[in-house]
Design a binder for this molecule. Structure first.
Ligand SMILES: *Cc1c(COP(=O)(O)O)cnc(C)c1O
Length: 400
């Protein structure tokens, strides 16, 4: 097994066992390709859960990162820096939101949205103090903090981690009537992924988000979209909500926002909602740091200048058709949008992911029986074809 075994043994011995990774130890990567410690090359069809939409170690991001790292990396928000204002402007202009609040991880940006919505509910909407309710969807994934797992419906994410944060109500994903029925005068927000990623690339019925937006508007409830994974080009639109022509009241972004170089996330919203935060209400030592801000600006510019959104749409349509055409008794369906495709099997997906790895294609199963295909958006048609031939081979082999 070469060096791979040595690294795995060390991590198993000293690391927490909170993941079950494929047995590949990556030492370097470029674009859509990664190389393991034994020199074997693989094509990356996970893209770090869509955090490297721009491709691994993008040269422009590397340059921006190095340049800023040699100047100033962290000021904290006790002082200002000359990069955050530029990121605020670029991200707001690109998305059309009035204001942004920078954080680091996705979960922190979700927490920010939850806090903003609750405070807006109490201070502006007039909900009695400590009574604000947020509606979320079954099957959601919004992160791993104790508050966020409080409204997860995955038993494993919650088991042993209570007591949980109250104030969340669940509805079935894609059910607009259930949303309408769940709203009370104390509802401040509806938090939703336009397409559920971790649940297995679950696309809700057409019109769901549109109806949800109308229901929210009618009841003065904020529509908050978590686009941490679905955003920044992944689905063939800059944001997945554009597929339904809606305009959420709050937008949560992360992952690809800094192209995998740095954890940068943000909550974007209106003047009115962001206005609930006063100095001292909320913050983060690293949030808005100049290194992350400089890389994030460059990462956004790469998405636009390399036409990654259009690439995702065009190549995604083509790849989906190819996957759907694979004849196999184990495939139930292929679903998704853009280069974000879930291949649903009628059996566990893990053996297929293991076999694909041996063929040089890195994918990860999600929820037992779904293989997620989500390569960096810089992938070429030739590279997709290369992977496709291996996918076909694996299905021929394992289906017998
Ligand atoms: C990954 C993800 C998160 C959490 O982001 P972290 O950076 O891991 O905290 C939240 N929501 C969605 C939809 C995600 O895909």
């Amino acid at each position: 097994m070469g060096k791979t075994g040595t690294f795995i043994a060390l991590e198993e011995r000293y690391g927490a066992h909170n993941y079950h990774p494929l047995d590949i130890v990556i030492r370097r990567a470029e674009g859509v390709w990664v190389e393991d410690v034994d020199g074997k090359r693989y094509i990356d069809f996970l893209a770090a859960y869509s955090a490297v939409n721009q491709g691994h170690c993008h040269p422009r991001l590397l340059k921006a990162f190095r340049r800023q790292a040699a100047r100033v990396t962290l000021t904290s928000r006790a002082f200002r820096n000359d990069q955050l204002p530029l990121l605020c402007r670029d991200l707001c202009e690109m998305t059309g939101y009035a204001r942004m609040l920078p954080m680091n991880s996705g979960a922190e940006a979700v927490e920010t949205a939850v806090k903003a919505a609750r405070k807006w509910g109490h201070k502006i909407k007039g909900i009695p103090d400590n009574r604000a309710e947020i509606i979320a969807c079954e099957g959601n994934f919004h992160g791993r903090t104790t508050t966020i797992v409080s409204f997860s419906t995955d038993p494993q994410y919650r088991d042993g981690f209570g007591p949980f944060t109250p104030g969340f109500k669940m509805i079935p994903y894609g059910d607009a009537a259930a949303l309408a029925a769940a709203i009370t005068p104390n509802t401040c927000a509806f938090l939703v992924e336009p397409i559920q990623g971790e649940a297995g690339i679950v696309v809700p019925p057409a019109g769901f988000l549109r109806k949800a937006a109308e229901i929210c508007r009618a009841h003065n409830v904020l529509l908050l979209c978590d686009e941490i994974q679905s955003g920044l080009g992944r689905t063939g639109k800059l944001f997945a909500y554009e597929w339904e022509n809606v305009r959420p009241d709050g937008l949560i972004v992360g992952k690809a926002l800094a192209g995998g170089f740095y954890p940068v996330s943000a909550f974007l919203t209106s003047d009115e909602v962001m206005g609930v935060f006063r100095p001292g209400d909320h913050g983060s030592t690293f949030g808005g740091n100049p290194l992350g801000a400089a890389v994030a600006r460059e990462a956004l510019a790469v998405i636009v200048e390399e036409r990654l959104v259009e690439r995702s749409r065009e190549l995604g349509e083509w790849f989906m058709a190819k996957l759907a055409a694979i004849k196999s008794r184990s495939i139930v369906t292929a679903r998704g949008k853009g280069l974000w495709i879930g291949l649903v099997l009628n059996r566990p997906a893990r053996p297929y992911c293991e076999a694909l790895k041996d063929e040089g294609v890195l994918c990860k199963e999600t929820h037992e029986n779904v293989i997620r295909f989500a390569p960096p958006l810089v992938i070429t048609k030739q590279e997709l074809n290369w992977a496709l031939r291996r996918v076909e081979k694996v299905f021929r082999g394992l289906d017998g």
